[in-house]
Design a protein around this ligand. Sequence first.
Ligand code: GAR
Length: 208
Amino acid sequence: MKNIVVLVSGGGTNLQALINAQNRGDIKNGRITCVVSSNPNAYALTRAADNGIDSVVIKRKDYDTLSDYDDALTKLLKSLNADLVVLAGFMTILGSKVIKAFENKIINIHPSLIPSFCGEGFYGLRVHEAALKKGVKLTGATAHFVNEVCDGGPIIIQKAVAVENGDTPEILQKRVMEQAEWKILPQAVALFCDDKITVKDNKTEILD
Ligand code: GAR
């Protein structure tokens, strides 16, 4: 059974999707053991408490440098014996130590079809604003491993979602969450926990 630690910053709907998948028995070989939040007021913390999951708050602002924060987060995740770290709407940039310590063991959910609308500055609603500005007819979400290139790690699962007439960033965000993020993030986590993902040359292969 793998120990899953979920990192959050906000509403936590992706955390909820993981909890629901766990409760349905869709994540057979993993268990969410702790939620780590960068924001003490994140609603995701209430979701953790409501489901009897331990939580910890670690704020970037409490550390002078990225390196100090990186050390503290690495130490925390090691002390929690994390086998898998999931970034579920985690809005703080990770340092290189934690990324190296958990190579191909950190999964992020990004609200676009990478490599479109990703990288520095593309997070949350901004991603959907950019997609609407460009006028793409399809967008979606990507679950991927985290490496030192922002949103550049090996892609695990992607799912496309149609853009519709009259979409606002908020409407599109909700459709992308419902139709893509809340499905592919639990799927990627279950595959990882079943040891069904291999990584070679910055690409993944999913075993049957
Ligand atoms: C989600 O749409 C997630 O894909 C996005 O933030 C939202 C968090 O919502 N993440 C990023 O943009 C990361 N670059 P949630 O707190 O309700 O899961």
